[in-house]
Design a protein around this ligand. Structure first.
Ligand code: TXA
Ligand code: MG
Length: 321
């Protein structure tokens, strides 16, 4: 089987109604979707991604009104975030209802829900009479896909259909905020800035890079990682340490005598986020031994970019933790 790549929502609907997997575009990254209320369909997601069963999936909905059927105890803060920031790159963790199979939430009593901001996928969600469980459409631990081609390269042999919605506009995964606690806590930095959240609901906790027993396995140090080593720091210093057989992932400066990808020539954090994963993939595929990278300014989307760079650079170190 080789995946069909097309933009027909109707075809995607047919596969999903039959309990099959479909890769879907979102504004953040591509997802690998199945009927969230069908445990047999959801099992295939874990198998296809080689994903451990302790890692819960995000449930995607067509509008905030659909959340009441999936979750309870929806706080005023959660309600406000849904009203103001959906559709958009924000996943809200709430107490789950029985309607959601345990496999979706890895046995936890909470569920992450999100309304993605992509025309095709919103149309798809409105057509279906169930929500979609969807992790990022990459093998577990690898870089998330930001185009239909990325999905095809890695999972094209294992799934029947990729809904092609072009390149992802945001480029990093959704921010995850746990609203099942009295004080909302950000569990993963992502496409919605902490500043935008705090403007709406006041001070929140941020608990996004934890080592031991992470609440969201996406919080694991080693994640979103290329296969070859990536080190982050001052590129000039790193060049002294690592010699010549390197490629460089820089924010805006250029490094003429090297294989170099700049995330944004003008220093724009949105553009940098949009380019990040495709750049990592390209540098992972070339013949250099190691990728040298640098952090970007640590505010807004920059915090999510720096978080992904840290995780990409932790490869291997997890074994000793
Ligand atoms: O932007 C995104 O969020 C993309 C697109 C496809 O929507 N999805 C995505 O899914 O990044 P995934 O599975 O790659 O990452 C979801 C993260 C995982 O780290 C998982 O542990 C966490 O969300 N998660 C899901 N449900 C949770 C819950 N109930 N409590 C805490 N963390 C949860
Ligand atoms: Mg993922």
């Amino acid at each position: 089987m080789r995946a069909t790549i097309s933009n027909s929502v109707l075809d995607a609907t047919e596969f999903l109604n039959r309990g099959k997997l479909v890769a879907i575009p979102t504004e953040t990254v591509y997802g690998l979707a199945a009927n969230a209320l069908n445990a047999d369909a959801v099992v295939q997601i874990f198998e296809t991604k080689n994903r451990p069963h302790f890692d819960p999936l995000i449930v995607h909905v067509a509008s905030p009104e659909h959340v009441a059927a999936l979750a309870t105890d929806i706080s005023a803060a959660a309600q406000m975030l849904m009203e103001k920031l959906w559709p958009g790159p924000l996943t809200i963790v709430l107490r789950k209802r029985e309607s959601i199979p345990h496999i979706v939430t890895s046995g936890m009593d909470t569920v992450g829900v999100r309304m993605p901001d992509h025309l095709l996928t919103l149309e798809l969600l409105r057509t279906l009479d169930f929500p979609l469980a969807a992790p990022s459409a990459n093998p577990f631990g690898y870089i998330s896909p930001t185009s239909a081609q990325h999905v095809d390269e890695q999972l094209g042999d294992c799934i029947p259909y990729i809904l092609d919605g072009g390149e992802c506009r945001i480029g990093v995964e959704s921010t995850i905020i746990d609203c099942s606690q009295p004080i909302p806590t950000v569990l993963r930095l992502g496409g919605t800035s902490v500043e935008a959240i705090q403007e709406l609901i006041g001070e929140v906790h941020v608990n996004a890079l934890s080592t031991s027993s992470p609440k969201a396995p996406g919080m694991l140090h080693s994640h979103y990682a290329p296969r070859k080593p990536l080190v982050v720091g001052n590129i000039h210093e790193l060049l002294h340490q690592h010699g010549q057989n390197v490629s460089i992932l820089s924010f805006k400066d250029s490094f003429h005598n090297f294989r170099n990808i700049r995330l944004s020539e003008t220093g724009d954090l949105h553009e940098a986020a949009r380019n990040l994963f495709a750049a990592m993939r390209k540098l992972d595929a070339d013949h250099h031994d190691i990728i040298l990278a640098e952090f970007v300014p640590d505010y807004g989307l920059g915090r999510a970019i720096n978080d992904r760079l840290k995780r990409a650079s932790y490869k291997g170190s997890l074994i000793n933790e």
